[in-house]
Design a protein around this ligand. Structure first.
Ligand code: 3H9
Length: 698
């Protein structure tokens, strides 16, 4: 008998319970257990109805993703679902937690579905680069109608129990999943309700069969919104088969599409991202038994864009915040900005109308650093200058309570140096949020030399509590993300000198899938930031500096690497910039040449990968997967490309090493030479994936 699936008969109802922690994924053992028990219950003459329920925190959360790409083990999920459909007795799915992917597909094969009020239902396969592979594209539209069905499948977003009831996905909302399902089963038996098989029920498809335009629109929207990504369009297409393809043929086509996509690099990248995120949040190397410190109130120092966004993230999670500024005007401006942002979200229907007031009530605006005294976690988000940071930390040290964790949101600065001005360096670390901080998921948690393990764990725990993805990194200039970004910036400057133009470079990057090009991003952020930082460090970038010196500071001056029409943020290539680049190069005695897109891509991405390898050599990041998560959640790296280190494996490390050596030689840039780690992995025929596995296990 199955270890993970149990059968119990109470009265005339058989209850099949799946107990496969953590999320009851449909491994081969679970599939086998369900099949055996469904057949046994169906054959038992004392049984009048069958309930399928789950133990633990959730209903089945989908196929077991770790099995993908390995030789398939019987029985297939479709076989299990067919056995359920073939039962002569009513089969009822009892849903709690999340019925996702194959879990929802199995529920859709049941004759009835009931769910508790806070259950969620969805087919998120598209987020793994897949189409649902066990009938979801055919049964869900028959349950909820093709228009809502295609929306759910192409977006992958789950719906609540009340929406599921409204759209006909479930039959009833119940109090307890198994008990509620048993009570529902009794009703079904007593009323002799006919067994409903979605495969035979085309009632909701009639209108769409007469007018297919909804699918043409869904396919067009999927293509437009997900440029270069295969799964959304495949999902829309698969749902359209409900209109004209016999059910079993459509199931076969769906399965073929699933198998094609599961072996596609895009799905591999998205599955890598799924697991890398879950690994990244686990902090390794902490002493046994270490616990996070309790945090009830947070103080944020600085109510500017960054401080305000961080404060909003805490208030969004219901955590009280003391927001500290140096003067009334700054504080009032900061609070007003937050209120406006929440009100805009409420107006869009993103939060309930009373939420902005509730969240504002959690923010206590104060003047003066002595107000950090009640906070268990203090996050400094003031101007990015070492002298100011030191001054602020000296004051925080004087007023913060004993044991409070003291975090800086610095993007570049040496946190060891900041910690050294306090009497408690063990409590000091970095929490580097990304702009806009209330939206972006990433938080680089920077472990300084003397950071105590429980302080570190407090920071990652709090980041999780505010629904961020924390990745632990070490101290260096720019940490992981910005350090790699700086390398890309330098290569952008070099590409302009070689002969490329800003819009050509940016087009290559956006075609690759990044949300913005390098130069458009610079214009948006303001070019003076980098200019000032280069001046501080005694660096000169001839073209970037010439652009700034001519008064072009980006969008704020309507001119930067591009020009901007009044009131518009759309970058327009500007012949004046080309002239400026030409003149600068002539002055330097450089000859510009035509540069191809492949060269641009290589010179933009491969040096970043090389820097990633250097970061791993220095143990600034623990695993290649952590670097990928940083780029996915902090910089909009396209998830279907898995992150820079995953992408490196796809290209092949040998190729990357060869190209870097070529550029180091031909451009006379020794900094482009492959790092020792990258060169070794390439020589050994190894990959970042192997290094990831080794460092995860170790
Ligand atoms: C599918 O179903 C295809 C079918 O159409 C066709 C098949 C033929 N498999 O996220 P958490 C692990 S595709 C294996 O931290 P939460 C996860 O790695 C699938 N493992 O918890 C982690 O392990 P660890 C469609 C899985 O409470 C642990 O469970 N389904 C799976 O924050 C806890 O996960 C999905 O895409 C899985 N399916 O969130 C749903 N799911 O502790 C994917 C989780 O070792 N899952 N794990 O790090 C989720 O969205 C979230 O995990 C869930 C729980 C919302 C369920």
């Amino acid at each position: 008998m199955s270890e993970v699936v149990k059968l119990a008969v109470t009265g005339h109802c058989a209850v099949i319970t799946i107990d496969a922690p953590p999320v009851n994924a449909l491994s081969a053992a679970v599939r086998r257990g369900i099949l055996e028990n469904v057949m046994a219950a169906n054959a038992d003459s004392a049984v009048q109805a069958i309930v399928i329920a789950c133990a633990g925190r959730t209903f089945i959360a989908g196929a077991d993703i770790t099995e993908f790409g390995k030789p398939p083990q019987p029985p297939a999920l479709n076989e299990v679902i067919e056995a359920i459909e073939g039962c002569a007795k009513p089969v009822i799915a009892a849903i709690h937690g999340t019925a996702l992917g194959g879990g929802l597909e199995l529920a859709l094969g049941c004759h009835f579905r009931v769910a508790v009020a806070d259950a969620k239902h969805g087919l998120p396969e598209v987020k793994l680069g897949l189409v649902p592979g066990a009938g979801g594209t055919q049964r869900l539209p028959r349950a909820v109608g093709p228009e809502f069905g295609v929306k759910m499948i192409v977006s992958g977003e789950p719906i609540s129990a009340s929406e599921a009831l409204e759209h006909g996905l479930i039959d009833e909302i119940v109090e307890g999943p198994a008990d509620g399902a048993i009570a529902f089963a009794k009703k079904v038996v007593a009323e002799q309700r006919p067994l409903r098989l979605l495969r035979n029920d085309d009632s909701k498809l009639v209108a769409a069969r007469a007018d297919r335009s909804l699918f043409t629109a869904a396919a067009a929207a999927a293509t437009k919104k997900n440029r270069g990504v295969n799964a959304p369009l495949a999902c829309a297409e698969a749902v359209s088969w409900t209109l004209d393809t016999p059910f079993d043929d459509a199931l076969k086509k769906e399965r073929e599409t699933f198998l094609r996509l599961v072996n596609d690099d895009q799905s591999k990248a998205q599955r890598h991202a799924f697991f890398a995120e879950r690994e990244a949040v686990k902090v390794r190397g902490l002493p046994k038994g270490v616990k996070p410190r309790p945090v009830e109130r947070v103080a944020i120092v600085g109510a500017g864009t960054m401080g305000g966004g961080i404060a909003m993230s805490f208030a969004n999670a219901g955590i009280p915040v003391t927001l500290i500024e140096t003067g009334e005007a700054q504080l009032t401006r900061g609070l007003a900005m937050m209120q406006k942002s929440w009100e805009a979200t409420a107006a869009r229907g993103g939060i309930a109308p009373d939420e902005p007031a509730k969240r504002m009530a959690l923010i206590d605006g104060k003047i003066g650093l002595d107000n950090v005294r009640d906070a268990d976690l203090v996050i400094e988000a003031v101007f990015e200058t070492m002298a100011i940071k030191k001054e602020v930390f000296t004051a925080i040290d004087a007023h913060a309570k004993l044991g409070a964790v003291l975090a800086t949101n610095t993007s570049y600065l040496d946190i060891n140096e900041i910690a050294a001005v306090t009497e408690r360096p063990q409590d000091v670390l970095g929490m580097h949020f990304f702009s806009p901080a209330n939206v972006m998921k990433l938080c680089e948690v920077v472990r300084a030399e003397r950071t105590a393990p429980d302080a570190l764990l407090t920071a990652t725990t709090m980041a999780n509590r505010i629904r961020k993805t924390p990745v632990v990194v070490g101290v260096c200039h720019g940490f992981v993300g910005n350090r790699m970004l700086a390398v890309r910036g330098l290569q952008g400057e070099a590409l302009l000198k070689s002969g490329a133009l800003p819009d050509q470079v940016d087009a290559v990057l956006t075609r690759f899938g990044l949300p913005m090009g390098l130069f458009a991003m610079g214009d948006l952020a303001g070019l003076d930031i980098g200019w000032r930082s280069r001046q501080d460090r005694g660096l000169r970038w001839d073209i970037a500096d010439a652009i700034c010196e001519s008064g072009r500071l980006g969008q704020k001056t309507s001119k930067g690497y591009y020009r901007y029409e009044p009131g518009s943020r759309a970058p327009i290539p500007d012949p004046e910039v080309e002239k400026l680049i030409d003149e600068t190069c002539k002055r330097l005695g450089l000859t510009r040449r035509a540069i191809g897109d492949q060269e641009i891509l290589e010179r933009m991405i491969y040096p970043m990968i090389n820097e990633g390898a250097r970061i791993l050599e220095e143990n600034i990041a623990a695993r290649p997967g952590d670097i990928d998560v940083i780029w996915l959640y902090g910089y909009g790296w396209p998830v279907h490309r898995g992150g820079p280190m995953f992408y490196a494996d796809l290209v092949g490390l040998k190729t990357i090493v060869e190209r870097l050596e070529f550029y180091a030689r031909s451009l006379n840039e020794p900094a482009l030479k492959p790092t020792a780690l990258l060169a070794r992995l390439a020589r050994e025929g190894s990959s970042f994936a192997s290094l990831n596995a080794a460092r995860t296990a170790g």
